[in-house]
Write a protein that binds this ligand. Structure first.
Ligand SMILES: NC(=O)c1ccc[n+]([C@@H]2O[C@H](COP(=O)([O-])OP(=O)(O)OC[C@H]3O[C@@H](n4cnc5c(N)ncnc54)[C@H](OP(=O)(O)O)[C@@H]3O)[C@@H](O)[C@H]2O)c1
Length: 327
């Protein structure tokens, strides 16, 4: 079995390599990137693998591909993969809302994988973290509406985002490559471009993708996405409004049993989710669970969650899908 990682030198591609290795995935690897990276060498299960420049013949001998490039590039190479009947799990947002493309979080809708026609999309990173945190609560209380503020790490903008924070932490006058403004000692309430409603592209994703993953076209989401000067792991403050009346104690028990979640909820003793604690592991930490005192109906709950967006929000989720495909 030959697996290609497309965008193998980027933040997500490098993490995919590590995830496959950690899971002892038995395959030959092909690492693809731009001409800039041609000839770089990475190790996989004790063997050196040399990065190749992506071109239209890259997929001739490949069975599965993990995509970790930006949308424009993904759209360019996808037909080359499809011509060779390669099954692709893609991380970009290029095809996520295409009705013929399953959008999958394996803990939530693994059954959708079987509906693929050679392409499965990985959801947006903040969406994966929120939906994993909320999935058990959604089953019990039926979530109608989500109000979410995100605190998104610089690595969500790839290698350039990490470099910007490294550089500007030492010298704030170094210009940003990934962001509109200085990110060190700052935060930026913009991720992606804004539409006429004043909503950014990132802010639309949780509603559009959440509806598809939960198979609930009535789900309403209002999101404010903010880039913050931390390296890794997105955090999210989320208010949910449900069909059923909520109970805090029961909600904690539900979260503790939800697949992919860890309950970290003892605030009086200083226990709550923090991004440093979720970095470089695959689980979503959930805490600060409390009633929304501004909703007198008792149907609203607030949670705070953190998850490593390069792992569970991207690479690990894709490798989990690949594992199910291969089985
Ligand atoms: N970072 C995250 O937390 C995250 C989370 C979820 C989804 N995603 C999505 O995952 C995708 C990758 O993101 P990333 O953060 O890993 O980006 P990144 O760090 O900027 O990496 C981009 C990758 O694309 C390659 N590339 C660029 N131009 C190319 C070309 N002309 N031909 C072939 N390869 C080329 C780069 O290769 P070179 O090194 O050779 O330039 C690099 O391997 C994006 O669609 C992003 O939206 C990212």
């Amino acid at each position: 079995m030959k697996i290609a990682i497309v965008g193998a030198t980027g933040a997500v591609g490098q993490q995919m390599l590590q995830c496959l290795e950690e899971r002892n995935f038995d395959c030959d690897l092909k690492l693809l990137a731009s001409a800039r990276s041609k000839g770089k060498v990475f190790s996989y299960r004790g063997k050196d693998v040399v990065v190749e420049e992506l071109n239209e013949h890259s997929f001739d001998d490949v069975d599965y591909a993990l995509g970790a490039t930006e949308n424009d590039l993904t759209k360019k190479w996808m037909p080359w993969a499809q011509k060779n009947n390669v099954i692709v799990v893609d991380n970009s947002s290029a095809f996520r809302l295409d009705p013929d493309v399953p959008l999958v979080i394996p803990e939530i809708n693994p059954e959708d994988i079987a509906k693929n026609h050679g392409l499965i999309a990985n959801p947006n990173c903040a969406t994966i973290i929120a939906l994993v945190a909320l999935n058990g609560l959604n089953k019990r209380y039926k979530i109608k509406r989500i109000i979410c503020s995100t605190y998104q790490a610089v690595s969500g903008a790839g290698v350039k985002g990490i470099k910007d924070l490294e550089n500007q932490s030492k010298d704030p006058s170094i210009p940003s490559q990934a962001f509109q403004y200085q990110i060190a000692y700052n935060l930026i309430p913009q991720i992606g471009s804004f539409d006429d409603l004043g909503i950014s592209k990132e802010e639309w994703k949780m509603q559009n993708e959440g509806r598809k993953i939960w198979h609930n076209d009535d789900l309403l989401v209002n999101c404010t996405c903010v880039r913050v000067p931390i390296y890794r792991s997105h955090s999210e403050s989320i208010t949910i409004e449900c069909e059923e009346e909520v109970d805090v104690k029961e909600a904690q028990e539900i979260v503790a049993k939800t697949e992919g979640c860890v309950l970290k909820d003892d605030p009086k003793n200083g226990i709550y989710p923090m991004p440093l604690d979720t970095t470089n592991q695959d689980l979503v930490y959930v805490g600060r669970i409390r009633k929304d005192i501004s909703d007198l109906t008792g149907h609203s709950l607030i949670v705070f969650c953190c998850g490593d967006q390069i792992r569970k929000g991207a690479a690990t989720n894709a490798v989990q899908i690949l594992e199910k495909l291969v089985k």
